[in-house]
Design a protein around this ligand. Structure first.
Ligand SMILES: [Zn+2]
Length: 351
């Protein structure tokens, strides 16, 4: 999040405090436009929130609120919304927990009517949550873990997901079966030859809590259950310790990571919030190895034009992958440069 945006949020918060007429003071979020916006509640309530109730207001009405948490128990989180036009609230209702593994949780709230205001309480460390608001319901029935391919059937996903085209070497990546991926119910769009690469930070979660595979499962669950996508949006994910995970099967299957620019675009998601801290040394080193392999496997040039940060593509309204990845110090340029310096990886052993 940029300093300018923070400043405008502060101004908006100050004006929202003046006009709050009931309940706790509401924070006014910036105009969202269509689709989803992410709010960092910690930025909005620096002094702590009112009686542990987090009150949020948006100009654009929303139907869905979702968030991910690591190292926090939000199983008791509840919400309420204004009841009609009067200055009353609905009863508190439980948020829907769609992923729970250890102390990692995903939660969502799907509203029957659009609202501009919601209050949330009862979850541990909710003040650290990054909430995502959607003007329409994108969530769907939570996917069940299990492999479509275990039965050995001829489902197109089972046939195509293990296609040798674009399969990275086993010693470079952790395969889907080894991190416990959910197999999608359907194939993710038509194949296209990759010609470009995009780097992202996951932003939420901003850390993997030293259990990277769990975080990858959490992100995949969020993308399927909350975003409504067929699979995790990225083709590859890089954990804090440098471990590289296979995301969406087949790098030639379009991902879901850059609005309107997914065709032929390989998405690499770094676990982290690079507005707050830079990528780890291990992540950068792994990105060099992965970029070198992508260059070799798909003949994608090692240039800053072909390999970009998410926000550098046309039409994006995001700061991803964060100022500490792609700001005054352009770590993407460093990764691209280093990928061209070392001996290319041997792709003969790719599976
Ligand atoms: Zn991104």
């Amino acid at each position: 999040m940029t300093r300018t945006l923070l400043t405008s949020l502060t101004i908006l918060l100050a004006s929202a405090l003046l006009v709050a007429s009931f309940g706790c003071a509401a924070a006014q979020l910036p105009d969202t436009g269509p689709g989803s916006v992410t709010a960092e509640i910690a930025d909005l309530f620096e002094g702590g929130s009112c009686d542990d109730i987090h009150s949020l207001t948006q100009r654009e009405p929303f139907r869905q609120v979702s968030w991910m948490m690591t190292d926090a128990d939000i199983s008791e989180a509840e919400y309420r919304v204004p009841a009609g036009d009067s200055n009353r609230w609905t009863d508190w209702k439980p948020a829907e927990i769609t992923f729970e593994e250890g102390t990692s949780y995903n939660a969502r709230i799907i509203l029957s009517e659009p609202t501009e205001r919601i209050e949330v309480r009862g979850g541990e460390n909710l003040h650290r949550a990054h909430f995502s608001f959607d003007s329409r319901v994108t969530g769907r029935v939570p996917a069940q873990r299990g492999s479509l391919c275990s039965s050995g059937d001829s489902h197109p996903w089972c046939v195509n997901s293990e296609s040798p085209a674009g399969e990275a070497p086993k010693d470079l990546i952790t395969r889907r079966r080894d991190w416990g991926a959910i197999d999608p119910e359907r194939i993710c769009r038509d194949a296209a030859m990759p010609t470009r690469v995009s780097f992202h930070h996951t932003f939420m979660p901003g850390d993997d809590g030293d259990d990277a595979a769990r975080s990858i499962r959490q992100i995949q669950a969020f993308h399927i259950n909350e975003r409504g996508w067929c699979d995790v949006g990225y083709h590859f994910l890089i954990a804090k310790n440098g471990e590289i995970f296979r995301g969406r099967g087949g790098a030639n299957r379009p991902g879901a990571h850059v609005r309107g620019q997914n065709r032929g675009n390989i998405g690499v998601g770094f676990i982290g919030d690079f507005t707050a801290e830079p990528p780890t040394t291990e992540q950068v080193e792994s990105a060099v190895r992965l970029t070198r392999w992508i260059h070799t496997a798909f003949d994608i040039p090692l240039t800053r034009d072909a390999i970009r940060g998410h926000h550098e593509w046309p039409g994006q309204s995001t700061g991803c992958p964060g100022e500490l990845m792609n700001g005054d110090v352009d770590r993407i340029a460093q990764i691209v440069e280093q990928a061209g310096l070392e001996v290319p990886v041997n792709i003969e052993n790719r599976n």
